[in-house]
Design a protein around this ligand. Structure first.
Ligand code: 3PG
Length: 215
């Protein structure tokens, strides 16, 4: 990966997209995901608890590669680094945001929804991008189409990805990993049903392994 920042830092090809409402949920969730073979979390800044949750995981679960998601403003870059995020992701990208992550040296996955946006991110030296919202944009067919003129770029489709369709995304040569919220359902998190989260993570990890073995 020749991005200015080297990604992936993690083994998992499935990235859980997480909204925490209470920072105390973060550490048991991290442990539950690890128990299911998922060593990465995208904890989003969509809730006020996001930064504290990142900090808790970074401190207590060092084997988890904790990233900050929904980083949409340049001013958030210093905050997520201070919290201990090892990388960041965004649903989009602006020149200000990309300049801030490059200046800070934060490994980063900018979001793109068109070839022009992907080319702008590539011009800023990023080669791994989040394709968002993947299913709503047209899913697998869109990524297949982008692979023709932009074969050097790699994508993490997110938005509408699930256990049922992740295999068709991961089978594409330009898809490095997929992201989604299905691994950490809000009801399970609220109930503290960590066994369910381990089960969902294991199911996804096993599906990725089966896909790789069938190649
Ligand atoms: C994201 O920000 O990546 C998405 O909101 C996750 O989309 P999903 O809920 O459809 O998985």
């Amino acid at each position: 990966m020749n991005s200015p920042v080297s990604l992936p830092l993690f083994q998992s090809r499935v990235v859980p997209v997480i909204v925490v409402t209470d920072p105390a949920q973060a550490v048991p969730m991290a442990e539950a995901l690890l128990a299911g073979g998922v060593d990465v979390m995208e904890i989003t800044l969509r809730s006020a608890a996001g930064l504290a949750a990142i900090e808790a995981v970074a401190r207590a679960v060092p084997e988890m590669q904790v990233g900050a998601g929904t980083v949409t403003r340049a001013s958030e870059v210093a905050q997520v680094l201070a919290a201990g995020a090892r990388f960041g992701l965004s649903p989009g990208s602006t020149p200000e945001l990309l300049a801030a992550v490059l200046a800070a040296g934060l490994p980063f996955v900018p979001g793109v929804a068109s070839p022009s946006e992907a080319m702008a991110a590539r011009a800023a030296r990023f080669t791994l991008m989040k394709c968002f919202p993947a299913a709503q944009l047209g899913g697998v067919e869109v990524l297949k189409a982008w692979g023709g003129p932009l074969p050097d770029l790699r994508f993490c489709p997110t938005g509408g990805v699930s256990l049922a369709n992740m295999g068709s995304f991961l089978a594409l040569p330009n898809v490095a990993m997929v992201g989604g919220s299905w691994l950490t359902p809000a009801a399970a998190v609220k109930a503290g049903d960590w066994a369910q989260i381990t089960r969902l993570a294991r199911e996804a990890t096993d599906a990725v392994a089966a896909l790789q073995a069938s190649r």
